[in-house]
Design a protein around this ligand. Structure first.
Ligand code: NAP
Length: 342
């Protein structure tokens, strides 16, 4: 236990749902109390990411949301423990921690929390890996494991391959000898993007239009598993190349277009259409121990050099508006993160 530094913190706050630039405000929060209660920790946030689910939360389109008014968004980030209250044995001042559950409100410079909601992470994985640890890499890992028992030499196909999830899929699959067929949007820097994804271990990188022909030319076997974070025609394209009895797993809808199941894929190949939600059904099925084990598995991949963190574009918390303007740019190739110390 330690006495308060009487630190006062800032946080992005919203009182009603809407577009982030319209409804968020940077506010001074009440100072941390002089004495922490049993089981509490004071945390100083270092870096927090802005994920599509955060934007959806502020818009009121995500099933898990903080209580309004006065809600602080942010599902993901890394913080340093400043001091611990009585009966906190797992954490010590100076430790880095990440949230164990969504909606803890990470878009802030600091605050007081229940220690049980935070998981320690080693500093040697680096700030970017830690601040982007809890959502995208565990989603990639889980989706590669739970739908089909993939073996070395098998293939998996995905659209949205430039996303942080997509890049984690490429690397985790590569570490397991599974080959990846990656669909990306056409873009001005196509060659550089293909080279970047191949550098991460991608076997085939192509566009929706060229998928069928490029797959045939590559000699890669058809995949049992397809991952879809785009929807619309990009989802149908992936479902059409799946093997008999294969599964298309939808985990995002970046194009805002519905997934349409091609009739022929269903009749002639009995393709299944499934969904994945890390913070919902998956987290509930895992429980805290399973979620912690998944985070530890990701940390291990980082330590073994089998995973590299996403590239990021960092904005000071005080320049949060510029962060949301950057987020609106297509083909970023970089996650937008908030530097909570500035
Ligand atoms: N279900 C779950 O549990 C779960 C967990 C994690 C993430 N997700 C979802 O997974 C998706 C990716 O998340 P992320 O954090 O990895 O994203 P991210 O790094 O911000 O990347 C966004 C991706 O979406 C693509 N994209 C954006 N707008 C598009 C459009 N109109 N049409 C086609 N593609 C578009 C981008 O392609 P460009 O490079 O061409 O811009 C990029 O590949 C999101 O939908 C997110 O909500 C779901």
């Amino acid at each position: 236990m330690a006495t308060s530094t009487a630190a006062s913190y800032k946080a992005l706050v919203f009182d009603q749902t809407g577009e982030p630039l319209d409804v968020l405000q940077l506010k001074d929060m009440p100072p941390a109390p002089a004495e922490l209660k049993e089981g509490e920790v004071e945390l100083k946030f270092l870096q927090s990411s802005i994920n599509p689910s955060d934007v959806n939360t502020v818009q009121g389109k995500y099933p898990i949301s903080p209580k309004l008014p006065g809600a602080v968004p942010g599902h993901e980030g890394v913080a340093e423990v400043v001091r611990t209250g009585p009966k906190v044995d797992r954490l010590s001042p100076g430790d880095w921690v990440v949230p164990m559950a969504p909606s803890q409100g990470t878009w802030r410079s600091g605050g007081v929390f229940a220690a049980a909601g935070w998981h320690p992470v080693p500093k040697d994985i680096g700030l970017v890996a830690a601040s982007t640890l809890i959502i995208n890499p565990p989603s990639a890992l889980a989706m590669l494991e739970i739908f089909h028992p993939l073996q070395p030499g098998d293939t998996v196909a995905q659209n949205g391959a430039t996303s942080a999830v997509g890049e984690a899929v490429i690397q985790i699959a590569k570490a397991r000898g599974i080959r990846t067929i990656n669909v990306i949007r056409d873009r001005p820097d196509m060659e550089a993007t293909v080279a970047r994804l191949k550098g991460l271990g991608a076997d085939l990188v192509t566009t929706e239009e060229n998928l069928k022909d490029d797959l045939a030319a590559s000699g890669l076997p058809a995949p049992m598993l397809g991952l879809n974070c785009v929807g619309g025609s990009a989802a149908s394209a992936v479902s059409r190349i799946l093997k008999d009895g294969g599964t298309l797993v939808t985990y995002g809808g970046m194009s805002m277009q519905q997934v349409t199941a091609p009739t022929a894929a269903m009749i002639f190949k009995d393709i299944s259409f499934r969904g994945f939600w890390l913070s919902g059904r998956w987290a509930a099925a895992q429980g805290p121990a399973g979620r912690a084990a998944s985070l530890d598995a990701i940390v291990q991949l980082y330590r073994e050099g089998k995973l590299v963190p996403p590239q990021v574009q960092a904005f000071p918390l005080t320049s949060w508006k510029a962060a949301f303007e950057a987020l609106a740019q297509p083909h970023r190739g970089k996650k937008v993160v908030l530097d909570c110390t500035a």
